[in-house]
Design a binder for this molecule. Structure first.
Ligand code: SF4
Length: 388
């Protein structure tokens, strides 16, 4: 086996071939990294993201442009709300952190808000690490407004900018996510909260890297809290309210996904020679290249991935039951297509001992009886006779 440096060079060369001649790699950001965790089984997304393919351009070239992304209006509204939350040195934001996450600590009075400006992302990352080190031993509240963190993904640093990180008087660190969707009567849209939690989990992983480095000089590594603070407008006002969100699960899934990204070599090796995802190629060639990588489409992709319209169309064309949602897929066991499901329901295929097949046959029979108005027929199988 070649040494790691040679393997890394070979992988970078292979990924550049997949992007196409002269196509620059698209940098990942926290939103993209978080979206990876929304569909952890998708090898297609893992490869395309790992190779730095511009999925928006690819979706357009495939004839299925993405409707994924934030509108300009949502961005403007989000920025205005964030500015409001952070006015007066972040006094309201710190009050919410204290109230929701650390009520036993002294109330935040005048907190430190260090200047994090520096030249370039590397400079800002170093400045943030220094500010975190100084704040951790200070025994007081500190607010880091738009710090810069770095996370190594597939051998390259990805720079990430959380809305805020708060250092508590006990030296622990909390990620703060500020979103412009409303929290009604204390709860918000679960899908939006899930997306925010996955994004916050990426920041938690990046902060843990910083904490581990600070702990290398013999002192104990600072603790990064796994409950983050989600700040949203209260009801339909623009007053802030907040909720603590436990991101342990999202953190674990994202960490697994990122480890998988470093093994994109395995996925790339399974592709036919000459496979390329350059948006310059004809649509048929691109479709063949994309279809060569296994995907696991689910309706959740519509809110998380630029290729969702393409993958949904292919999934529907194959009659894949995943297009109906993960819950339906789980209920149907080994029946992967709508044709398989119908054949099983009509008694033309499938093992009658399979609970999914038995349930489908009973449902089909009940449907026929309901439509015909006839009394219930005798069950065909002993398992079905036991059904209520
Ligand atoms: S849209 Fe397609 S590529 Fe994207 S995560 Fe879903 S299945 Fe994977």
């Amino acid at each position: 086996m070649p040494p790691p440096r040679t393997r890394g060079k070979a992988l970078r060369h292979r990924l550049a071939e997949l992007r196409g001649s002269g196509v620059a790699a698209k940098a990942l950001d926290a939103r993209a990294l978080a979206a990876l965790a929304a569909n952890p089984g998708c090898r297609r997304r893992a490869l395309l993201d790992g190779a730095g393919v511009d999925k928006t351009a690819l979706a357009g070239a495939l004839g299925a442009p993405s409707a994924f992304g934030q509108s300009q209006f949502a961005l403007t509204r989000g920025n205005a709300f964030e500015a409001r939350v952070k006015t007066d040195g972040g006094a309201e934001l710190l009050r919410l952190v204290h109230q929701r996450l650390d009520p036993g600590a002294e109330p935040p009075g005048r907190a430190g808000v260090p200047d994090l400006t520096a030249v370039g992302p590397e400079g800002r990352t170093a400045r943030t690490a220094l500010a975190l080190r100084e704040a951790t031993g200070a025994g007081a509240w500190t607010l880091l407004d738009h710090p810069m963190l770095a996370l190594e993904v597939a051998g390259s640093p990805v720079f990430l900018e959380p809305d805020a990180v708060v250092v508590h008087p006990d030296g622990t660190w909390t990620v703060v996510e500020i979103k412009s969707f409303p929290m009604l009567d204390g709860s918000a849209d679960p899908a939006k909260v899930g997306t925010a939690a996955r994004q916050a989990a990426v920041y938690v992983l990046a902060l843990e890297d910083v904490a581990a480095r600070l702990g290398q000089d013999g002192t104990a590594a600072p603790r990064v809290r796994h409950r983050v603070l989600l700040v949203c407008p209260k009801d339909f006002s623009n007053l802030p309210t907040a909720s603590a969100v436990d991101v342990r699960k999202q953190r674990a899934v994202t960490a697994r996904q990122l480890a998988r990204l470093t093994r994109v070599q395995d996925i790339a090796d399974a592709l036919p020679e000459g496979t390329c995802f350059s948006p310059e190629l004809p649509a048929e060639e691109l479709t063949a290249a994309v279809e060569a990588v296994p995907a696991t489409y689910a309706p959740e992709c519509l809110a998380a991935c630029e290729l969702a319209f393409h993958c949904r169309a292919r999934s529907r064309a194959r009659g894949a039951v995943t297009a109906l949602g993960r819950a339906a897929r789980a209920e149907l066991g080994g029946l992967a297509t709508v044709d398989d499901v119908l054949a099983a329901a009509h008694g033309e295929a499938g093992d009658p001992d399979d609970p999914a097949v038995a349930a489908l046959r009973r449902a089909a029979r009940l449907r026929t009886e309901a439509l015909s108005g006839l009394p219930e027929a005798e069950p065909h199988h002993p398992r079905e006779a036991a059904c209520p």
